[in-house]
Design a protein around this ligand. Structure first.
Ligand code: CS2
Length: 492
């Protein structure tokens, strides 16, 4: 019976001697310093940016270890602190590969270790802040600007420290760096938000301008916030993965991570020269991030959300299962060909049709159990980034929105059904949606009008569009038979 390894810096030698791929730069006495703070150390970050940084450290070194900061939850800190930030990554695809990732050297919880977080952010060695705080973490309004009425922003504007929002904490740290004569760090958003870097910089400057004009001017001139596109399908960790790591590696890992083999990181080419060697380990630096981001948000994230809501109405559990359903495959392929691909105009080096086919092939990965219920989270924040921009563009350019409206109507039914079954809705607007969902009568026009009344999701210009209204009502009615799980052909 092989002895189980408890993962930490001191057990890396033992793991290495067993042929496990471990980070040499973390073996004691490691001198690699922290140069990056990451806010929002969820599974995607640990599968993606942390993996790229780990590879950069392996191949080119540098003081680029990461301090991972949760704004509120303790989970990652409790799981990884005893492991010195180390965790196993399992690439589950045609083949399975395991690697111990060592980029994270510290895990903090801002709500409980605020002074340490500010000290790390204002440390001269900290050159980058990266973020995966999900769409809701940016506190944006439906115009994509900082929502000064957001409770967290209002809270943070009332104080100079002990803040709760990512933007508020960053501005406090940048203010201290400015006073000390230190350069600003570069801030990289890695969330599925259109123009994520541009919106983040505007939010930071807008927050600073509420209280400190001199600081906001300094930030407007000197703060670098590259836009990015990030991609790798990363299901939530489950006990099956923990068991797999234990069986295959004889390692006890509190929070391993799994993802598909495919990953992509496209970063706006405006990074400082002193940086981790991300582009030498697969990241792409380009001026046309927007093209890559638009294609990915529309061909992957929009189809993901469409499958999540339509598949949930049909009682389907995972993306893989959805891709075994001919009705859903036909729907998604039709939506891609008729309503999404015509809205995409670049980047020039991307074959969008092939890219869409590659994405559907990724969805068919039998090794990845990606729950539709996970993708369905936070619909009020995801829909404005993934589905509404295509609908707006298609309406302006005279193209069909019929199938996109089926995805949107499926989300409305999804909300209504979960509430009817008293099932929890994972969404920052859950309380507002609960009230609204309970007012739904099942009458298509009145239910659709209720959802369209949520101004933080639906811009007034869309709500006033009669073609959208009509397509949504038709789709809502058309989906009704699916709710009874009878396999009525709900679209033709
Ligand atoms: C998914 C994304 O959960 C979701 O909303 O659509 O997390 C998706 O898996 C990633 O963007 C893939 O890169």
């Amino acid at each position: 019976m092989t002895q189980i390894i408890y993962l930490n810096e001191n057990s890396l030698e033992d793991a290495s001697n067993r042929g496990i791929n471990v980070p040499q730069y973390r073996k004691p006495p490691s001198t690699t310093k922290i140069g990056i703070v990451h806010i929002g150390p969820g599974a995607f970050f640990r599968a993606h940016q942390a993996w790229y940084t780990h590879q950069a450290l392996k191949h080119k070194g540098g003081h680029w270890c990461i301090s991972a900061v949760s704004l509120r939850s303790r989970g990652v800190s409790e799981a990884l602190t005893d492991q010195d930030g180390l965790y196993c990554l399992a690439e589950l695809d045609k083949e399975t590969h395991f690697e111990v990732v060592g980029a994270i050297k510290e895990v903090l919880v801002a709500r409980e270790q605020y002074a340490q977080v500010i000290a790390r952010l204002t440390n001269i060695d900290t050159k980058f802040v990266t973020m995966t705080i999900t769409e809701k973490g940016y506190c944006l309004n439906s115009q994509g600007e900082l929502d000064l009425t957001h409770q967290d922003i209002k809270h943070d504007l009332q104080r100079v420290t002990e803040r709760v929002s990512a933007v508020g904490i960053l501005v406090e740290a940048l203010s201290i760096r400015h006073e000390k004569g230190l350069p600003a760090f570069t801030v990289i958003s890695c969330d599925n938000i259109t123009g994520n870097g541009t919106k983040l910089k505007k939010s930071i400057v807008a927050f600073a301008s509420q209280t400190n004009k001199k600081l906001s001017d300094w930030l407007a001139k000197g703060l670098t916030c590259p836009s990015t596109m990030v991609d790798s399908i990363t299901p939530a960790t489950d006990d099956a993965l923990r068991d797999l790591i234990s069986q295959k590696l004889d390692i006890k890992d509190n929070w391993p991570i799994k993802r598909e083999a495919f990953l992509q990181w496209v970063i706006e080419d405006c990074l400082p020269s002193d940086r981790p060697a991300w582009e030498e380990v697969g990241a792409v630096l380009t001026q046309d991030v927007e093209g890559f981001e638009k294609a990915k948000l529309r061909l992957l994230n929009c189809t993901h959300s469409s499958l999540a809501y339509l598949g949930s109405l049909m009682g389907i559990e995972t993306v893989y299962d959805a891709m075994q359903n001919t009705q859903l495959i036909t729907f998604i392929e039709k939506m891609i060909d008729e309503e999404i691909l015509p809205s995409i105009d670049g980047p020039k080096e991307l074959d969008a049709k092939q890219y869409s086919q590659d994405i559907l092939q990724r969805y068919r990965n039998p090794a990845i159990r990606h729950l539709l219920s996970q993708i369905a989270w936070d619909g009020s924040q995801k829909i404005p980034m993934r589905i509404l921009p295509i609908i707006q563009q298609n309406l302006e350019e005279g193209r069909s929105v019929r199938l996109l409206c089926h995805a949107l109507a499926a989300w409305m039914h999804f909300v209504r059904l979960r509430l009817a079954k008293d099932e929890r809705l994972v969404d920052p607007l859950a309380s507002q949606l609960e009230k609204l969902g309970k007012s739904c009568s099942g009458n298509a026009q009145s239910d659709v009008s209720l959802f369209l009344s949520i101004s933080s999701i639906f811009p007034a210009s869309l709500v006033a569009n009669s073609e959208l209204n009509s397509a949504l009502v038709t789709a809502y009615k058309n989906l009704a038979p699916v709710l009874n799980n009878n396999q009525h052909s709900w679209f033709v």
